[in-house]
Design a protein around this ligand. Structure first.
Ligand SMILES: [Zn+2]
Length: 145
């Protein structure tokens, strides 16, 4: 059973890593990624005025299908926002009043052999989390300062 956690979006102090991050039951996901050697990215969030933009909100609420080749959502991206720099994705599913984040993966672009292709590695150390629908939708519309 995937454990129930609480998602929040909170301001982080580290200027270099972007202003806001996803927190899972109080733990910064970016910090966890750094611990796994996947730092240097920023949460795929907007500015303070429009923190979760319409496209990201629709993706995270499963209102539209995931945009990556494997149907995932780009969750952490390069500070320049170009997915070709590599990014971390998550699979989001909506089931029985919960949203589930699972199958975290690292994607990078392979420019070898005159052909551009995307490679994907699972990040098995990051475990799946389940979020109650009410908390989850509130988190996507509300920022805690
Ligand atoms: Zn970049």
């Amino acid at each position: 059973m995937v454990p129930i956690k609480k998602l929040t979006i909170e301001k982080i102090s580290n200027r270099h890593s972007g202003e806001y991050d996803f927190f899972v039951s109080g733990k910064s996901l970016l910090q966890e990624l750094k611990g796994l050697g996947r730092g240097g990215m920023v949460a795929n969030l907007g500015s303070e005025r429009d923190l979760v933009d319409t496209q990201m909100r629709e993706l995270l609420l499963c209102e539209v299908a995931g945009t990556t080749a494997n149907g995932h959502i780009p969750l952490y991206v390069c500070p320049c926002r170009d997915l070709a720099c590599g990014y971390i994705s998550v699979k989001v599913t909506h089931s029985k009043g919960c949203f589930i984040w699972s199958n975290f993966a690292y994607h990078w672009t392979d420019f070898t052999q005159n052909e551009v292709s995307e490679s994907v590695t699972q990040i098995s150390e990051l475990k799946a989390s389940r979020f109650k629908e009410a908390d989850y939708t509130a988190a996507l519309g509300h920022v805690s300062h």
